[in-house]
Ligand binder design. Structure first.
Ligand code: PMP
Length: 452
């Protein structure tokens, strides 16, 4: 059944046209900066995805504070995208500002260990259970390293992934399977790596791939968060863990997003015992960092293969010059020990629930048979009566016209709604009033959508 009827689609098209024009009229300085930038950067942006996530013209930002940011035209936005989890702490947090300044005065990059690393390891162990950690500059980097360690540990090449995933810009994870074998999700990639992609929640398909015994690792988000939200069915994650152990494949859970949904992420929420955990994004409050946790056995393997610049050990292909820099770790120490406490996680999970409850109530009161995604602080729209069990079902619950019209309508009313594939998401700078502001704009938007 189509998610939206013809009248609703007409209303959304009219909203989009009117609101797109209003948006352009509000952002003359952003438009001028983009025009100048086109002679300096492809598409007029310093990073391509900045132009691709929203179909409205690119906003140039002046500053942010707490839950909001302000563009160069002076428009402010209450942010429910939270930088796709990179700004989930909020903007310009005073404690983070102080920490950055203090570390800057001592050196942001020292090229040797700093004591903060110990506290960060302890905090991550509390959350994810794994005893040993390494640090990088992004979650993509952490996933690259995890797969290299898995290959060194198992002597195998293959990686099993789940459709609807996103794990960053590494070669292996930018492939999917169209039934004929690996097909690229992007251009510019090298030849297909040894990957298999099966449906989330499909334990039989997982078993078929793992039983060939060619997989070094399964890389999975315990909850898919990049195609709407897809929750694991009871038995799926325990079954996956058991199958990995039985077939000699390492289980790597990517907590890059889910670590902000619940304290301890999907690993703790579902009681999974992975061999490695990866993450990054907002754990240093927006300062670049990636983190990779592993078992003692894997840590022994890494330690035994240390690259030795003076001797002749080749070593595992890990690391980067600025990885584990003093600033990343000083910020992560403060954020994880003082700011992202279990109590704060519980508070924002309740805000996420309030968002999800509000979205479902708004739909129900207008006779729309929709659901809200919900996983702790994470929410989102599912324009179907049943929550999805895999990416195919998740895509049926998304609608680009609905997403685009909603986001520009919200932006023109001072609310920055999430990217199409996930959210809105509650962050540590939000409070109940912010959630109610979001839901108030949603009410007005749905009234207009349903008026036809
Ligand atoms: N893992 C997951 C689950 C993600 O959603 C993302 C980014 N959206 C990444 C890894 C990669 O993060 P980064 O771009 O910061 O490397």
């Amino acid at each position: 059944t189509p998610a939206l009827d013809a009248g609703q689609r007409r209303a959304l098209t009219a909203i989009s046209e009117r609101e797109d024009a209003a948006f352009r009229a509000r952002v003359p300085r952003s438009l001028a900066l983009t025009a100048r930038a086109r002679t300096r950067m492809p598409g007029g942006v310093p990073m391509q995805w900045m132009a691709g996530f929203y179909r409205t013209p690119v906003l140039w930002v002046a500053h942010g504070a707490g839950p909001s940011f302000t563009d160069v035209d002076g428009n402010s936005y209450l942010d429910f995208n939270v930088g796709d989890m990179s700004t989930v702490l909020g903007y310009a947090h005073p404690r983070l500002t102080e920490t950055v300044a203090a570390q800057a005065a001592r050196g942001v990059q020292l090229f040797l260990p700093t004591e903060s690393a110990l506290a960060v390891c302890d905090q991550l162990r509390l959350r994810f259970g794994l005893p040993q950690w390494q640090f990088s500059l992004s979650a993509s980097n952490a996933n690259t390293e995890a797969l290299r360690i898995a290959r060194a540990a198992t002597g195998r090449q293959g990686v099993l992934l789940f459709a609807g995933k996103y794990h960053g810009q590494l070669q292996e994870t930018l492939w999917t399977d169209d039934g004929t074998g690996p097909v690229p999700e992007a251009t510019g990639l090298a030849a297909p790596p040894a990957v298999a992609v099966v449906d989330f929640n499909d334990l039989a398909a997982t078993e078929r791939v793992l039983s060939r015994r060619g997989c070094a690792a399964v890389l999975i988000e315990g909850v898919l968060t990049n195609c709407g939200t897809v929750l694991p069915e009871p038995g799926f994650l325990p079954g996956l863990r058991e199958a990995c152990t039985r077939h000699g494949t390492l289980l790597v859970t990517d907590e890059t997003h889910t670590q902000f949904d619940h304290y301890g992420g999907a690993v703790t929420h579902y009681g999974i015992a992975p061999d490695m955990v990866t993450g990054g994004k907002g754990i240093s409050g927006g300062i670049p960092i990636g983190a990779l946790g592993m078992t003692d056995d894997l840590a022994d393997l890494v330690a035994a293969q240390l690259a030795d610049e003076l001797g002749d050990t080749v070593g595992l292909a890990l690391g980067g010059t600025l990885f584990a820099n003093a600033l990343s770790l000083a910020c992560a120490e403060v954020v994880l020990t003082e700011l992202m406490t279990p109590a704060e996680h519980e508070r924002i999970a309740r805000l996420g629930e309030r968002l999800a409850d509000g979205i479902e109530a708004a739909a129900r009161s207008r006779g729309l048979p929709w659901r809200a995604h919900r996983f702790g602080a994470r929410s989102g729209y599912c324009l179907q009566p049943e929550l999805p069990r895999n990416a195919r079902e998740a895509h049926a619950g998304l609608d680009p016209l609905f997403t685009d019209a909603r986001r520009v309508y919200f932006a023109n009313r001072g609310v920055w709604d999430a990217i199409g594939s996930s959210g809105p998401h509650a962050g540590f700078a939000h409070d109940t009033a912010d959630v109610d502001t979001y839901l108030g704009v949603l009410d007005a938007f749905l009234d207009e959508m349903c008026a036809a």
